[in-house]
Design a protein around this ligand. Structure first.
Ligand code: BEZ
Length: 398
């Protein structure tokens, strides 16, 4: 574990009482309302998802700053851990944040495999976990729990409307390409669900290990087999390279490329003209015409000098959700049941549009069809309104 910032806060006074968790493994952090709330960011600050982690962190902090440095009336302190998008280190990183750093809540992460390790620990220790990106379906499916929340998406959500989009565009025989790990696999499965149902055929599924970027041999296979189109899942630095390699192979016009919006979100500047015209589905578009989006983009730019994207929006909304929960209990983190109830009833006027939460604690939201034009992921239409993940296997009562 790399602790990037370690401002340990000693909770003062008789009210700083340590309670024991349901599982009895770690003492729960003090619940004194006057004490600072300790938020542990477990995010990738290095590697192919580094920018994604940084934007989540920046936007979460922006939301807190806009509330005068507080959430639910509690001053907020942060601890950062670089999870390196490394699933094998997830449990150790999480255990140290909760056990040693004694954070009240963990906000993380980006990578689905790392998130699954975090969810296991959070379930064992009853730690409040807010997932600001990772889409692993299980986290709000069979592994759902009252202390596990997600403000981003399930891998099923943004990919599902794309089957119909591609079929309606006239594509019948397609290939898929992605990294072989949960996010890639679950995105492809979800896309296939609607594409096959519409009557399309998947000629071949191409895979490479995460986070490899040696796309050339697979792109050559696409060029040889000549499908009508390609569906893919890539994100971050890998998405930049894939889009550039695909264009360099001369396939951009002959074999249209589609994907979930992670392909072009936060990456367009680096992809340049090679991304022009790419159509993707996602729960955000840069130019969404609503006051919350305009205010958010302006404030994010002012704080960071950069253009906000879907990852920043998810970080921003994570703080908003935590604020709603804490406000309902006047900052008393120990009043967990009431806090969770308020979070479940939350309706947030997000930059992505209106969002609410399902019985599995996953976000319900519009999925947009977007087109990359002039460096912007432009809104085309709502591909599926208020899409809720089916939450298969989740046993939480509605
Ligand atoms: C994931 O691993 O769940 C993921 C990573 C980056 C973008 C979207 C999903």
């Amino acid at each position: 574990m790399t602790i990037l910032t370690n401002r340990r806060t000693l909770l003062k006074g008789a009210t700083a009482v340590a309670a024991v968790t349901a599982a009895g493994k770690f003492p729960m952090p003090a619940i004194a309302q006057g004490a600072p709330l300790k938020v542990g960011f477990m995010l990738p600050y290095t590697g192919t998802f580094a920018k994604l982690g940084k934007f989540i962190d920046d936007a979460f902090r922006l939301n807190v700053e806009q509330r005068g440095g507080k959430l639910g009336g509690r001053t907020v302190e942060f601890v950062q851990v670089d999870d390196e998008s490394e699933p094998a280190k997830a449990a150790d990183n999480m255990n140290r944040l909760v056990g040693r750093e004694k954070v009240d809540v963990v906000v993380g992460t980006v990578h689905s495999g790392v998130a699954m390790g975090m969810v296991k620990v959070a379930r064992d220790n009853n730690t409040m976990l807010i997932i600001p990106n990772a889409g692993a379906n299980e986290a709000t499916g069979p592994m759902c729990a009252p202390n596990i929340w997600r403000t981003s998406f399930t891998n099923w959500q943004p990919a599902n409307p794309m089957g119909k989009v591609m079929y309606d565009a006239g594509h019948r025989n397609v290939m898929t390409i992605t990294w072989r790990y949960a996010a890639g696999q679950q995105s492809v499965e979800s896309f296939k669900e609607t594409f096959l149902k519409a009557g399309g055929k998947v000629m071949e599924e191409l895979w490479l290990p995460f986070p490899q970027v040696e796309f050339q041999p697979l792109i050559t296979q696409i060029a040889t087999r000549k499908p009508d189109a390609v569906f893919c899942f890539f994100a971050g630095g890998g998405a930049v390279k894939f889009v550039k390699d695909y264009a360099a192979a001369g396939l951009r016009q002959s074999v249209p490329l589609y994907g979930t919006g992670f392909l072009t979100d936060g990456t367009l500047q680096a992809q340049g003209a090679d991304a022009e015209g790419l159509k993707t589905t996602l729960h955000y578009a840069d130019d969404l015409d609503n006051p919350a989006n305009k205010a958010f983009l302006t404030a994010f730019k002012k704080k960071t000098g950069q253009d906000g994207d879907v990852y920043a929006v998810q970080g921003y909304d994570s703080a908003a959700l935590l604020h709603i929960g804490l406000e309902a209990v006047k900052g008393d983190f120990g009043a967990r049941d009431a806090m969770v109830k308020a979070m479940g009833a939350a309706k947030i006027d997000s930059p992505r549009g209106p969002i609410s939460f399902s019985r599995a604690n996953n976000v319900v939201q519009h999925i947009y069809l977007r087109e990359a034009k002039g460096g912007v992921n432009r809104y085309v239409s709502i591909a599926h309104a208020n899409l809720a993940d089916p939450a298969t296997g989740c046993r939480l009562a509605s």
